[in-house]
Write a protein that binds this ligand. Structure first.
Ligand SMILES: [Zn+2]
Ligand SMILES: [Zn+2]
Length: 158
């Protein structure tokens, strides 16, 4: 698996490698998705692209995202609101139910269980499992802190 460096040179090389033309919006979309760990929606990518290229439409951003997914440069995370991931390495996700943030969980963190699980699932019906992704849900550290904060402040005696 090739790890693409997070700079425009890497973006251009990656686009050339899959035979895509280097248009301004396309380069911006790939650079933004690869440069963030926030797993943005198409709308969020559009907002970031417009800071650089103010006239780019959401449709253009969406079409480019789809193209980059087809070419394997970007991953699409299915859900009620599709999100996009520029991290091409194998990893899992933790989604906070409080603030909706989605963060990467490095694949080695789930070993050796996830590999064993993969084998078991494959052996169960003779499937050949190419890759797998585990979704974790809960509350992130910041949201847990917020819910722990006491409602009333104790005042020092005057
Ligand atoms: Zn949170
Ligand atoms: Zn990710």
């Amino acid at each position: 698996m090739t790890i693409i460096p997070k700079n425009s040179h890497g973006v251009d090389a990656a686009l050339r490698r899959v035979g895509l033309r280097l248009t301004g919006p396309r380069r911006a979309v790939l650079e933004i998705v690869q440069g963030t760990e926030s797993h943005p929606t198409a709308e969020a990518v559009h907002r970031m692209v417009r800071r650089r290229l103010p006239r780019v439409s959401l449709g253009t951003v969406y079409r480019n995202l789809r193209l980059l997914v087809t070419e394997g440069l970007v991953k699409e995370l299915p859900g009620p609101h599709a999100r996009f991931d520029g991290n091409a390495s194998e990893h899992h996700h933790f989604t906070c139910l409080g603030c909706g943030r989605m963060v990467d969980v490095a694949a080695p963190l789930t070993e050796p269980h996830s590999r064993a699980l993969c084998r078991r699932v494959g052996a169960h019906a003779g499937w050949s499992v190419a890759y797998h992704r585990i979704e974790f849900y809960g509350r992130c550290a910041a949201c847990r802190m917020k819910s722990k904060r006491p409602a009333r402040r104790r005042r020092p005696p005057s």
